[in-house]
Design a protein around this ligand. Structure first.
Ligand code: F0G
Length: 457
């Protein structure tokens, strides 16, 4: 059979509601044209994020009922620790309420003012946590990773020459750790090859720099390695994941992605002394080290979800479904980041709206149009999210790319939902010449995209 299907059937349904164009117009105005400020019930297809939005399996819900809510040393903790150990293999694991809590603990212990942290591309919370510790975050994704139309099987790879140059320039003492984000979310959900992980790891080991993996979408990255990298076609995703983590010293993880859970995360490391300090900080703000701010039932859902995310039938459907969306809009001429990523399709807003300059926020304009047209919620990954505003002069500098991300929640939407999204995008594409830009009306000093308000130009 050639048809690739959802490898599950539906046990529980949740209604979604169609709104009228007039309702959507009023909702946009009320939200200051920021879709983060919409009510979710006013959204038909919610592609804002794949984080915490997964549908849990019957096995996960059964595990939730087994949750042991003991404060210390609960059965659920031991199941969680065993599942993480089985896949990731690091000596210590600290549960956290989500990925950014792991980041905060890691960077606040390792980084000092003046330090530099290289990554392929820092996700926004990762960058913000590095900067909150006084360090500078630098992005060393390969050149192809910065060109939306460039096709490369591993566009998330790090430019190892730039990493070496950084070590030569600032010295090992100012680089407390190196990160690699798999898949590279902010660079289009693009995978990192095993060869690149190995090479980055070798440079880090040569200089004694710890390598940490931002592991949010590790299962999708493992499957891309299986599909695209020589020598991995016959290996299982779990086996590939284990090899990948064997080159690192630790990881941060948001279980809201490839943990298939609605909340949770962890920090893992092989460094005994670091783990001891991390645990003390964990107790201060997250909770006792056997729950870390999570309920026992959350630990159970993650313990089951991590292995489900590595199931090959699931990964085949997952990657095929995302690719289907990308290829269908791309074939009609819509410029996207090529090839489609694992968890998301990224539309190139600056190429869709050449009439809108970066500082007039073409990505924001596209996000607004997708909601206006079809009740679809997407997220801007461009100047709103990554542009810089000089606090003294108020001058804006644009981001490197103006992208709009359509992130697909795991196991939530069916093929007909995806077809609906394709149609919505193509309708906006057909009337692209009439679309105008946006201006900020209100913005916060950090992570401004969450709360900013806009006005049409
Ligand atoms: N790292 C990456 C690569 C991420 O994509 C995210 C979250 C985090 C870290 C932080 O994890 O949300 O659990 O604190 N990404 C979500 C997204 C929010 O929509 O891409 P968190």
């Amino acid at each position: 059979m050639r048809t690739i299907i959802e490898p599950f059937k539906i046990k529980t349904v949740e209604p979604v509601r169609l709104t009228t164009p007039a309702e959507r117009e009023a909702n946009l105005r009320e939200a200051g044209y920021n879709v983060f400020l919409l009510r979710a019930e006013d959204v038909l297809i919610d592609l804002l994020t794949d984080s915490g939005t997964s549908a849990m399996s019957a096995e996960q819900w059964a595990a939730v009922m087994r949750g042991d809510e003991s404060y210390a040393g609960s059965r659920s903790w031991y199941r969680f620790e065993a599942a993480v150990g089985d896949i990731f293999g690091f000596r210590h694991v600290l549960p956290t309420h989500q990925g950014r809590a792991a980041e905060r603990i890691l960077f606040s212990i390792l980084c000092a003012p003046g330090d530099v942290v290289p990554n392929n591309t820092h996700f926004d919370t990762t960058r913000a946590n590095v900067e909150a510790a006084g360090a500078t975050a630098v992005d060393f994704v390969i050149a192809e990773g910065r060109i939306p139309s460039a096709r490369h099987p591993f566009k998330g790879n790090m430019d190892v020459a730039r990493l070496r140059a950084l070590v030569a320039e600032v010295g090992r003492e100012r680089i407390p750790l190196c990160m690699l984000t798999v898949t590279n979310n902010s660079g289009g959900g693009q995978p990192v090859s095993m060869a690149n992980v190995r090479e980055v790891s070798a440079v880090c080991r040569e200089h004694g720099i710890p390598l940490y993996i931002d592991a949010c979408r590790f299962a999708e990255n493992a499957y891309f390695i299986k599909l695209r990298e020589e020598g991995y076609a016959d290996r299982t995703p779990i086996d590939i994941a284990r090899e990948l983590f064997s080159y690192a010293d630790g990881c941060t993880m948001s279980a809201k992605k490839d943990g298939m859970a609605n909340i949770g995360g962890f920090l893992a490391t092989n460094d005994d002394e670091l783990a001891r300090r991390q645990r003390n900080l964990l107790i201060l703000t997250e909770g006792f080290p056997t729950y870390g701010g999570l309920a026992g039932r959350d630990l159970e859902a993650i313990a089951v979800g991590l292995h489900e995310a590595l199931d090959e039938d699931y990964l085949l459907y997952r990657i095929t479904s995302t690719t289907y969306l990308g290829e269908h809009v791309s074939r009609a001429g819509v410029p996207i980041v090529q090839p489609p990523g694992g968890h998301a399709v990224y539309l190139d807003a600056s190429a869709i709206f050449p009439q809108i300059p970066a500082l007039e926020l073409p990505g924001q304009a596209l996000v607004v149009e997708l909601y206006r047209e079809a009740g679809i919620r997407a997220v801007e990954i461009g100047t709103v999210m990554f542009g810089r505003r000089d606090p003294a002069t108020g001058d804006e500098s644009p981001a490197a790319m103006e992208l709009v991300r359509l992130a697909i929640p795991r196991r939530v939407y069916t093929q007909s939902h995806i077809d609906y999204v394709v149609e919505g995008i193509l309708n906006v594409w057909d009337r692209r010449e009439a679309v105008r830009g946006y201006a900020f009306v209100e913005q916060a000093a950090v992570l401004r995209h969450f709360t900013a308000r806009f006005a049409p130009m």
